[in-house]
Design a protein around this ligand. Structure first.
Ligand code: Q0B
Length: 360
């Protein structure tokens, strides 16, 4: 189909929402002459560009971000574009990126949102290592938790909560972004294909989603725990350079990310709760908000910061933490993450802690 035919087909799809048909308009149709594009700030797929611009309303203008779908985009691209706009138009929360309106009656089609001066959270933090106070980091986490709680309250499952999908405003308010499921799963550079053919960002995804594609608000809470770790480690990559296969394996063995440097134990404990293997044992977003509010109001609760032990790559909260708490060789092997060498210890006659002590 020519792009003209595609657009007319697509606009048929759009016009059903025309206010003259008596149907409530989902998103505000903006006059494209009121949108001044200033510069390109990002690119999606070949037909998608994101620009910084100004939305003129009367004598004033506000800075906006404009996602543009160029001529020649496929019907699928148009549909996904419209789906993202329709999804965002239904949200109204200070920690969810705000849609200002859409342009659908002229080409290029546009999604216009508020402009988030400090960009994506992961990159923002990477540029501020050790420059933000603990209470500032907690305020940011509290905002994200509030946004997540709002999405959970309207039964919206995000499926790709990650610091790269959080945007930061000029006054450091964090807003959940990147709606439009297929855009999230298709174009997220961190997303890879699972063995069943699905596409997910494995390091941020709960085990039940990887195994059974069971996405719920509780699996969003798992991802939120990873976002907590990203924030407290100033944008470090979760599980560093471990391969996806090893990440899956160690998670199944009960291992979890350790506390980032200078991260209070109580904050790391909250992360560990979000990473409960069983979805029903993870905290509800409202509990996360309450816990963070306590730490923000009473910073003395956070004084239990432990020194960061860089040598312990991952920890297993359910396993013993020191030699005097292990009674068998197998427990010791699990504690020091050498479980996979169990066989070679046995073939070399090391079958118990006694024989282990003699070689150390
Ligand atoms: C370092 C300063 O950076 C400021 C960047 C401000 N960006 C925004 O406000 C954006 C913003 N509001 N969006 C956005 C989010 C959801 C829906 C539509 C849009 Cl345009 C963006 N989508 C993007 C997609 C790819 C690359 C960059 C992008 N930047 C923004």
């Amino acid at each position: 189909k020519s792009s003209q035919e595609q657009v007319s087909q697509w606009r048929t799809y759009v016009d059903y929402r025309d206010p003259h048909n008596g149907v409530k308009e989902i998103a505000t149709e903006l006059d494209q002459t009121k949108i001044k594009i200033e510069c390109v700030i990002g690119r999606g797929r070949w037909c998608l560009t994101v620009c910084r611009g100004k939305l003129i309303s009367g004598k004033t203008s506000i800075p906006v971000a404009v996602k543009r779908l160029k001529e020649g985009a496929s019907l699928i691209d148009h549909t996904n574009f419209l789906r993202e706009a329709c999804t965002m138009a239904q949200f109204d929360h200070p920690n969810i990126i705000q849609l200002k309106g859409v342009v659908t009656k002229s080409i290029p089609a546009m999604i216009i949102t508020e402009f988030m001066e400090n960009g994506s959270l992961d990159k923002f933090l990477q540029g501020k290592v050790n420059e933000l106070t603990a209470s500032r980091l907690l305020e940011m986490l509290r905002g994200i938790a509030s946004g997540m709680n709002y999405l959970s309250s309207i039964k919206y499952i995000h499926r790709d909560l990650a610091a790269r999908n959080i945007l930061v405003s000029s006054d450091l308010v964090c807003k959940v972004s990147d709606f439009g499921l297929s855009r999230t799963l298709e174009n997220d550079p961190q997303a890879t294909y699972t063995t069943q053919g699905g596409k997910i960002a494995l390091r941020w995804t709960a085990p039940e989603c990887i195994r059974f594609r069971q996405f719920t608000s509780a699996s969003d809470v798992w991802s939120y725990g990873i976002v907590m770790w990203e924030v407290m480690s100033y944008g470090e990559k979760p599980y560093w350079d471990m391969s996806n296969e090893v990440v899956t394996e160690v998670l199944e063995d009960g291992y979890r990310l350790p506390a980032p440097e200078n991260c209070p134990v109580s904050i790391h404990n909250l992360m560990l709760k979000c990473w409960s293997y069983e979805a029903k044992r993870r905290p509800h977003p409202i509990e996360i908000i309450r816990t963070l509010d306590q730490f923000i109001k009473q910073p003395n609760l956070l004084l239990d910061t432990k020194s960061h032990d860089a040598s312990a790559p991952l920890l297993n909260p359910d396993s013993p933490t020191s030699l005097n708490e292990v009674s068998t060789l197998d427990e010791w092997l699990d504690m020091v993450k050498l479980g996979k060498y169990r066989r070679s210890f046995h073939t070399n006659g090391i079958n118990d802690l006694e024989s282990l002590v003699h070689i150390s």
